[in-house]
Design a protein around this ligand. Structure first.
Ligand SMILES: [Zn+2]
Length: 219
């Protein structure tokens, strides 16, 4: 694990910022994986973790204490929820795992109480619209709950899902939202700003990017 992390960082081209997140399956904390997961708190090359896997299965008992330990060590903790299961998994991610970054979160729209929970907790939903359509989480982009979630006050970002699977860029996501879901330029700017607000970069970098975003929006 340490060799892999070091090799990835060594291969980063100059000028590119790369943050590594360890994707951990809901059922991964078994056998030799215990030690690897427990050691993540000590790994400077790992920015954080993301829980994924078979979403209809509830988070196992090991997860909450491990996630809390990682946060205490300064790592960002995330969780896939509200993609292949409903709003209950988003509630679980927020209340039990204590995350403020939910990956997808789109199906929280099925329960207004969970949407309110996300707003109150300042939780961000990292949304990947094209993937949501291709995986049939939503029938099409026009029916995507992104705008409803934003209007409810949830901080929503837009990015790509696994690029090796879906083969699209962030620009493709923005363009598809504009052409297929009627998302306006001002809304796209809001989304970009939401992303930079929670980005794992320095405060100065975030501020500069947000200023740039505001400038481009005004053009
Ligand atoms: Zn995903």
């Amino acid at each position: 694990m340490r060799e892999i992390v070091a090799a990835i960082h060594a291969a980063v081209p100059p000028g590119l910022t790369v943050k590594l997140y360890a994707g951990i399956s809901r059922s991964d904390y078994v056998g030799p994986m215990w030690a690897i997961i427990d050691d993540l708190v000590n790994q400077d090359g790992i920015a954080g973790v993301d829980l994924h896997g078979h979403e209809p299965a509830p988070a196992e008992a090991w997860t909450a204490p491990v996630w809390a330990r990682l946060r205490a060590a300064g790592k960002v903790t995330k969780c896939h929820a509200g993609e292949f299961d409903g709003a209950r998994r988003v509630r679980e991610a927020i209340e039990q795992l204590g995350v403020t970054r939910v990956q997808h979160g789109v199906r929280s729209i099925e329960d207004p109480a969970v949407v309110a929970l996300a707003v109150e907790g300042g939780v961000t939903f990292d949304i990947t619209p094209i993937s949501n359509v291709r995986l049939q989480i939503v029938p099409n982009l026009a029916a995507h709950p992104l705008r409803a979630l934003m209007n409810a006050g949830v901080n929503c970002t837009v990015s790509t899902d696994d690029q090796l699977v879906f083969n699209n860029t962030p620009l493709d996501e923005y363009r598809a939202l504009a052409t297929e879901a009627g998302v306006t330029r001002a809304e796209l700017a809001l989304i970009a700003g939401s992303g930079w607000r929670v980005a794992d970069v320095s405060a100065a970098e975030s501020a500069a990017a947000q200023a740039d975003n505001a400038r481009l929006t005004a053009v």
